[in-house]
Design a protein around this ligand. Structure first.
Ligand SMILES: NC(=O)c1ccc[n+]([C@@H]2O[C@H](COP(=O)([O-])OP(=O)(O)OC[C@H]3O[C@@H](n4cnc5c(N)ncnc54)[C@H](OP(=O)(O)O)[C@@H]3O)[C@@H](O)[C@H]2O)c1
Length: 317
């Protein structure tokens, strides 16, 4: 018994210290910017990081559009945000990033009905689906996390340029760092090989490279763009993993950020004044971090953009 205590107490102390360290190092967006008169779109805003981002922007008075694939979950999130913020200008619009048809329809609707777009947060994402294919034959994770957002952003760019000083935030991940065999010419040809997390890593690297090239193309306009890593966040992201692994991640969840903490860097990049010179750069815990080594090849962002355009054209014509 004594031995048990001798082990348990130090282990508990180390874990508690780790948790304290996590809380200590979590970056918070301290900006008091108000967003009355501004419009924001957040993809995948019915839960997790996207939901907390939408709630924060609504609290600041923005018109917030929750772009979600599930109408029931989307509408429920709207009701919760309206109740929590007293901002009636929060709405749901249907967007399923796994199909280009839905992306095109959504963008058409936005361009027709919205007079401005100040903030676009490309947040929706999925992992742990390995090499599953979307209906159009693209890898589902790549389609949802990257291709869908690439098309969406491009279809909304004119509106954002017209709005002025607008921002595009791409929610990436530190997982990009762990991409092993990235080849822009293989984006959709990769077949099941390596670990199943690999597709997610590649999709998140694409989010970062997309941000770099987009910033370059936006030079001379007032639109800026940033990529972020939210940290390890206990959200519904792990809902599709096997039950045993889910139990483990639930326990580990105690050592992760909660969704509100995980949303801080996204919120920061959406509205913090004075970061415009960092367009194209990557942020963690509400501060700029240098590009991951794998994203430092100066030619890669351009190559990726070109291949992406070509691939999307093969589907939408
Ligand atoms: N959690 C982390 O530790 C972590 C770490 C690094 C990066 N991230 C990134 O953070 C972002 C948010 O993740 P999260 O942790 O908040 O995960 P989450 O709780 O699972 O939320 C993901 C959101 O994306 C939506 N989504 C999935 N597929 C979609 C589709 N085809 N069309 C439209 N929306 C779709 C989901 O909608 P449904 O509810 O309908 O499924 C949900 O609203 C993701 O890009 C993720 O890669 C998360």
């Amino acid at each position: 018994m004594r031995l048990l205590f001798r082990i348990l107490i130090p282990v508990a102390a180390i874990l508690a210290m780790f948790k304290l360290w996590l809380k200590w190092t979590t970056g918070w967006c301290r900006s008091n910017v108000r967003l009355v008169g501004k419009t924001a779109i957040i993809t995948g805003a019915n839960t997790g990081i996207g939901y907390e981002t939408a709630k924060d922007l609504a609290k600041r008075g923005a018109r917030v559009i929750l772009a979600c694939r599930d109408p029931t979950r989307g509408q429920k999130a709207v009701e919760k945000i309206v109740k929590a913020t007293n901002n009636q200008n929060v709405i749901f619009k249907h967007l399923d990033l796994s199909t280009f048809e839905s992306v095109i329809e959504f963008a058409k609707d936005i361009n027709k009905t919205e007079a401005r777009l100040d903030i676009l947060v490309n947040n929706a994402g999925m992992g742990f689906r390995g090499y599953l294919k979307a209906d159009n034959g693209f890898l589902l994770i790549m389609q949802t996390n990257y291709f869908g957002h690439f098309l969406l952003t491009n279809l909304l760019l004119d509106l954002m340029k017209k709005t002025k000083n607008s921002r595009i935030v791409n929610v990436g991940s530190i997982a990009a760092k762990f991409t092993e065999d990235f080849d822009v010419n293989q984006l959709n040809k990769y077949e099941a090989s390596g670990h199943h997390f690999e597709v997610y890593c590649r999709s998140k690297l694409c989010n970062l490279l997309f941000t770099i090239e987009l910033a370059d193309r936006l030079k001379g306009t007032s639109v800026t763009t940033y990529s972020v890593h939210p940290g390890a966040v206990a959200t519904e992201a792990f809902r599709t993993i096997p039950a045993v692994a889910r139990i483990i991640t639930t326990v580990l969840g105690w050592f992760m950020k909660n969704s509100l903490e995980g949303a801080q860097t996204t919120i920061y990049c959406s509205l913090q004044k004075g970061i415009e010179n960092y367009s194209g750069e990557h942020f963690e815990d509400c501060h700029y971090v240098s590009r991951y080594k794998i994203a430092q090849d100066p030619n890669l962002p351009k190559q990726l953009w070109k291949v992406t355009e070509e691939l999307i054209k093969t589907v939408i014509g």
